[in-house]
Design a protein around this ligand. Structure first.
Ligand SMILES: [Zn+2]
Length: 203
């Protein structure tokens, strides 16, 4: 195989730790998404054999985070979205993080998402603390995928829209579950998202 380019979603060491070594082997390839080159939505990537990559900026986890949508059908979403979860908001800017997730939510249901971490089972355990009945039924399916393939990814965006609580923060049913369980008052999606993220941090 020939390396054509390196596409980074953000600068955390578990995402860019191999770049230096790769550049020793392939000194001429372009590196996209590195720390000092802030990207904008729909910035062009000049990768000759893969012309159809689209940049989607998703600040929140870190300000510089970007996702890459390939061929309008495969989304490399780094630490923005996980299956049944989302990345920590290290910036503290929940507004930006929520906007970024909603940007992903607006994309087509048939897109396959490739998060950077396999956290699905742990995320499911968290979801079960919120709505046990709704989520218990997903357990066997995820466990089966993990046993068979060693991971549960990629994940379909339509499935995430239906089950990922961080994409469902507008749903009254999840707001009500949290309200009842934690005796909190939630009246909008953004509040719900913030509380979900805080609960997940402590989980
Ligand atoms: Zn990260």
């Amino acid at each position: 195989m020939q390396l054509s380019a390196i596409l980074l979603t953000h600068f955390h060491a578990d995402h860019n730790g191999g770049v230096e070594r790769l550049l020793e082997l392939y000194p001429d390839v372009s590196v996209y998404g590195n720390h000092d080159l802030q990207m904008k939505d729909d910035d062009p990537l000049h990768i000759s054999c893969f012309p159809s990559f689209r940049v989607i900026t998703t600040p929140g986890h870190v300000y510089e985070h970007v996702c890459y949508l390939f061929d309008e059908s495969h989304l490399f979403c780094g630490d923005t979205l996980f299956s049944l979860g989302c990345g920590r908001v290290f910036t503290g800017d929940f507004d930006a993080a929520f906007t970024s997730l909603n940007k992903i939510k607006d994309l087509d249901d048939n897109i396959l998402c490739y998060p950077a971490h396999e956290y699905t089972l742990n995320n499911l355990a968290f979801c079960m603390t919120l709505q046990n009945d709704r989520y218990t039924k997903l357990y066997d399916n995820i466990e089966h995928k993990l046993n068979k393939h060693g991971n549960s990814l990629p994940t379909l965006l339509g499935y995430e829209k239906e089950y990922n609580p961080f994409l469902r923060a507008h749903d009254k049913d999840i707001q009500l579950s949290i309200q009842q369980k934690y005796n909190l008052n939630i009246d909008n999606g953004f509040e719900c998202f913030k509380i979900l993220r805080e609960l997940r941090n402590k989980f």
